[in-house]
Design a protein around this ligand. Structure first.
Ligand code: SF4
Ligand code: SF4
Length: 480
């Protein structure tokens, strides 16, 4: 362990409220003015007696004494006291070894390195993995066998169907479900499924399958016709809005809850209009991602620092909109802070932000294994294949390369909440890594500050919705 020389808490204001996040413990404090001042002085290096004098002069000696005793009380409970630590190379090496040896009960099957659409921002296209064709059944079968073997003692196996467009390969999809059900029955394991699709090939048989096995399902739609047709055309240039929306409406007749994934490009930054459209369409949950490209350069549709500034300026509107919807008793379909709020509540302390190479392991159409679906087609990141499994040495090298870039995170107050950058985002095509630019991290940190304010506000004023967001979890990180 290395001890870091940074303040042990992050102090900030948002919408007239002051907060401190104790970095090591994840405790969040809602501060009044005097407590905020005290922590501000302490962070600037003043000694407690001097802080007491300053507070006595500005407020009163009673207030100064109360603040001091409250801080002592907190310190006695470990807040503001734990040394800030991070891991050294030796510990990282041990951790990486343990990661490579962990079992997982999840696999992603890239049923099609092919797509009937040509979305303008598609990262798969950039990897040149859209022309490779469909996963043959013997490969899918081996991938499922591999997933069951890797699941060890777990009582379930989770299979995600991905692409490209997975429904280009319906025959293998149906066989994969039947075969995995058979294996599950033989081995006493529950098998569950999820799929992401562009919805243009959804038909009654697929909807039956989705309903029968209660698939986790995400359909991709970028918003109103003009956006969808421009950004997500068919390979022959026709717009996909008509067919996609017709199929999604058919799906909605049979399934109440449908989640949409919408990708925001730099061409349409009016998030309000897009979200309103998707809400009115009837989606139960709206997930919005941004075209980011990878770290070695922005693509023509990616959100860069300029667009990010425009989008950030809309955040206040979305926060107000969320609160107004709650006030009116409406169902919340779009809350871009949900994950931040959950992380804050759970005092998330992750050394790895995702299950890359474990829960996110993806089998490409030819059976090669990648850290996650985003890497498919990137030769430098192949970790093994479904026949011989993950090559532990290659997996360890991949993780070591990624961990070596995380020094930047060691001086970041959000380190425990964030867990570091998305490994794919910082991966270059040639197999090396590069840390993201500062604006990208500033955006993440601001998102957590907003998340802390919302955490406080929702907990206080909308406890039912707050409870839905965080579920029943035991810790109580916010002190007032
Ligand atoms: S915000 Fe950036 S620097 Fe901070 S922990 Fe996350 S990835 Fe690392
Ligand atoms: S590497 Fe990035 S894209 Fe892949 S699973 Fe992790 S967070 Fe997601």
């Amino acid at each position: 362990m290395k001890t870091l020389a940074q303040p042990s808490y992050h102090l900030f204001r948002f919408r007239d409220s002051g907060y401190a996040l104790d970095i090591a413990t994840g405790t969040v404090l809602h501060l009044d003015e005097s407590a905020y001042d005290a922590l501000n002085h302490l962070a600037a290096g003043l000694l407690p007696d001097e802080v007491h004098r300053q507070l006595s002069a500005r407020y009163s000696s009673e207030v100064a004494t109360t603040v001091r005793s409250e801080l002592d009380w907190l310190q006695a409970r470990g807040v503001f006291r734990s040394p800030l630590t991070t891991y050294d190379d030796r510990e990282n090496a041990v951790y990486i070894q343990s990661l490579t040896q962990r079992s997982t009960n999840k696999i992603e099957l890239y049923l099609a390195e092919a797509c009937n659409l040509r979305c303008r921002y598609c990262y798969v296209n950039a990897n040149e993995a859209l022309n490779n064709g469909l996963m043959p059944w013997p490969v899918a079968k081996q991938a499922i066998d591999f997933a069951f073997a890797r699941s060890g003692a777990a009582d379930s196996v989770i299979i995600t169907f991905f692409g490209g467009e997975p429904l280009l390969n319906k025959a293998v999809l149906f066989k994969a479900v039947a075969y995995s059900q058979q294996l599950g029955a033989e081995q006493g394991k529950r098998v569950s499924y999820s799929m992401t699709t562009n919805a243009t090939l959804l038909d009654d048989a697929v909807i039956d399958l989705i309903k029968r096995y209660n698939f986790g399902l995400m359909v991709s739609l970028d918003g109103p016709r003009e956006i969808q047709d421009t950004m997500r055309p068919f390979a022959d240039g026709r717009g996909s809005f008509e067919i996609a929306t017709r199929n999604i409406r058919k799906l909605m007749q049979r399934r109440r809850s449908v989640t949409v994934r919408c990708t925001l490009s730099n061409r349409w930054l009016d998030r309000i209009r897009i979200v309103q459209f998707l809400e009115e369409f009837g989606f139960s949950h709206i997930a919005m991602s941004r075209c980011t490209g990878a770290v070695d350069g922005l693509g023509p549709y990616d959100i860069g620092p300029e667009e990010n500034r425009i989008l950030s300026a809309q955040d206040d509107t979305f926060i107000d909109r969320l609160l107004s919807q709650l006030e009116r008793g409406e169902k919340i379909r779009f809350n871009p802070w949900a994950r931040a709020i959950q992380a804050i509540h759970n005092r998330q302390n992750h050394r790895m932000r995702c299950g890359v190479g474990r829960g996110c392991t993806t089998a490409g159409r030819d059976g090669r294994l990648y850290p996650c679906h985003r890497y498919v087609g990137m030769d430098a990141y192949v970790l093994g294949d479904v026949e011989s499994g993950i090559d532990q040495g290659r997996f360890a090298d991949y993780l070591s390369g990624y961990f070596a870039t995380k020094q930047k995170c060691e001086s970041c107050w959000a380190i425990n909440l964030c867990g570091g950058y998305c490994p794919w985002y910082v991966s270059r095509q040639d197999g090396t890594f590069s840390p993201p630019e500062d604006w990208w991290c500033d955006e993440i940190r601001h998102w957590y500050e907003q998340g802390i304010w919302l955490y406080d506000t929702l907990r206080e004023h909308y406890p039912d919705y707050f409870g839905q967001l965080i579920g029943e979890t035991p810790v109580e990180p916010l002190l007032r």
